[in-house]
Design a protein around this ligand. Structure first.
Ligand code: ZN
Ligand code: ZN
Length: 294
């Protein structure tokens, strides 16, 4: 995991994005992301859009424009993942196409922009060791909404060999070969829910190093329609998924920012909450309980 908190902005309705520099990954591209990152935006290799609500994608054209060849920021090929099948996708594609990036080539001959519509379950390599997978979240009716999990692979014993002594395992590996004894499993690093009020299939999302969850509301009584989680529901989710660190994001602008941290801390204390938890708000990560960088 990165050794510093990623650069972020997240406020419901206005803008959401998260920049994980060591992985060269931007999740969502809300308004202002290009301006906020400045020349750093040239380091982005993958942009993963969770869904096409405006607060998650309005910054994309500006971001891509800033990487036009001939500008200051020409960071090489860029892969953009977008939810396949959204009825608004053709409009966004037409807008992006008008920038001319599809037609140009980077220095190494690859296209300057790879535009990849993704569906639930699709896996894309971020680099040689990390992979990103799209999973389904419940959020907006009639359009695909995705969460993303970034994972790395690790070698582990196949179930039939677990519980054997060290020497028995060594003998088996010597006799049968590593492939017969070991298997590769995905270890989740980051689970990012995007905007969500549910995750129908949670396979592969357990024990991540960090869970970034939609926490638009502090109380279920504050919302009209269940398209975003409230704090108690996020705590329920985190109790099940057991991340090392929980990050609350996308908190509604209706809450008073002067008292927001204290208000959430009070609620966490009432719930006897002990998982390291942070608040992602306007460009900051604020520890709510003791939390080290994951
Ligand atoms: Zn949103
Ligand atoms: Zn949304």
């Amino acid at each position: 995991m990165p050794n510093q908190w990623p650069t972020v902005r997240s406020r419901a309705l206005f803008s959401s994005w998260m920049w994980w520099r060591p992985w060269r990954l931007l999740i969502d591209a809300g308004d202002g992301v290009s301006d906020s990152l400045g020349p750093e935006a040239s380091a982005i290799r993958t942009v993963a859009i969770t869904h096409l609500h405006s607060d998650h994608q309005l910054g994309l054209p500006a971001l891509l424009s800033s990487r036009q060849p001939g500008s200051l920021q020409t960071g090489g090929p860029l892969q953009v993942l977008v939810p396949a099948g959204d009825p608004r996708l053709p409009y966004l594609e037409a807008w992006i196409a008008s920038l001319g990036l599809f037609d140009r080539s980077a220095e190494d001959g690859d296209p300057a922009l790879t535009w990849t519509p993704v569906r639930v379950g699709d896996r894309i390599d971020l680099d040689s060791i990390r992979q990103i997978r799209a999973f389904e979240v419940t959020h907006a009716v009639g359009r695909p909404c995705l969460g993303y999990v970034v994972s790395t692979s690790k070698q582990t014993l196949k179930s039939t060999y677990r519980g054997l002594s060290g020497s028995a395992i060594r003998d088996a590996r010597a006799a049968l070969g590593d492939e017969a004894v070991m298997e590769s499993v995905r270890q989740p690093l980051l689970v990012h829910t995007g905007d969500a009020a549910g995750i129908p299939d949670r396979t592969g999302l357990y024990n991540a190093q960090c869970l970034v969850a939609d926490c638009t509301f502090l109380s279920v009584d504050d919302r009209d329609t269940p398209s975003h989680w409230a704090l108690d529901e996020v705590l329920e989710l985190a109790t099940e998924l057991r991340p090392a660190v929980l990050a609350l994001q996308h908190v509604s602008g209706r809450y008073n920012r002067q008292t927001l941290v204290a208000d959430i801390q009070q609620r966490l204390a009432r719930a006897c909450w002990t998982t390291p938890t942070v608040l992602i708000d306007d460009r900051s990560w604020t520890p709510l309980t003791h939390a080290d960088v994951p």
